[in-house]
Design a protein around this ligand. Sequence first.
Ligand SMILES: [Zn+2]
Length: 98
Amino acid sequence: MFKKIKRIKIGRHVWKIKRVARLTSRSGCYGICDYDNRTIELDASLGDYWQDVTLTHEILHAVLHEAVRGRRKISRRKEEVLWEALDGPLYGALRQLI
Ligand SMILES: [Zn+2]
């Protein structure tokens, strides 16, 4: 559903989106949110659905990061649990808008 976009503006900053070969086998993750470089990496081998859900998940990380400007209010573990619960339902809601 999501276009194969390479950039997205989140808050005041533009984040890069990269599709990376063998990301999951190298990192154990379908996606990575690199706060320092404002880059989201997605495993290029994922199917469209999982690539979209993973992008939604990583965007949630980036949105929180930009919203609190690096002053984290919850632990990474709690954030991960929250976004894992919300990424699929949020993606399901967003795709109805397109
Ligand atoms: Zn995550």
